[in-house]
Ligand binder design. Sequence first.
Ligand code: FPP
Length: 251
Amino acid sequence: MLKLFKKDKENKEEIQLDFDNIPKHIAIIMDGNGRWAKQRKLPRSMGHKAGVETIRRILKEADRLGVKYITLYAFSTENWKRPKDEVDALMKLLVQYLTNEVEGLHQNGVILRILGDINALPGAVKEKICEAIDLTKNNKGIVLNVAFNYGGRNEIVRAIKNIVSDVESGNVNEENIDENLISNYLYTKDSPDPDLIIRPSGEQRISNFLLWQCAYSEFWYSNVNWPDFSESDLQKAIYDYQNRDRRFGGV
Ligand code: FPP
């Protein structure tokens, strides 16, 4: 019989995780920032700002628990359809986050990577991203993938085009096209597939996120909006993951 909870010193319930079975890669759809702001009669951008605070806490907790890769869905290829003010606020938040945090991330051994088409971003945003990637690339700690201007279908189209081009130039032999080769043409080529995908805010959709990579991921949903997502929510997600039966198509 699995022991669900134990009480800590303050008699609060505490989840007992199996530290030999921590998901190596957790991907998160950071949803519910707008609703969080609306509930407080604040502009949507304040919800995204609060969401950045959650990133800080959750990254730290994931690292403490032994997660090796965290992928955050921060800006999708569809998010350009949002009002210009909100798009601008999201770009600004990324730049602020990188400006304020990159040194701390670096000190903590974090490797920052971006998934998505950064060439289509404003010059100053691209520049900050490149600096942060360059500074942290040789670190040895947790990998933080930020999906920014990312779309799963767009990523697959891009991979197909690049494979076709490499076949035409003779760099790839058509016979060698297999699942592994395709994975190596995706933005995530240096990360394993996510073991666990978390979506807060009550929505239960994949929303064009890691479409190829999620083939055998476990999904975990919660009604909490991202700005309120806590360390104990992360622990609960990992606990539930540890109690799933992952068969990868086997028996
Ligand atoms: C979804 O909530 C959230 C986003 C589209 C943006 C998430 C971005 C951040 C938390 C900050 C920027 C990222 C970094 C790495 C600094 P929503 O706006 O769709 O919320 P709603 O569904 O409640 O309207």
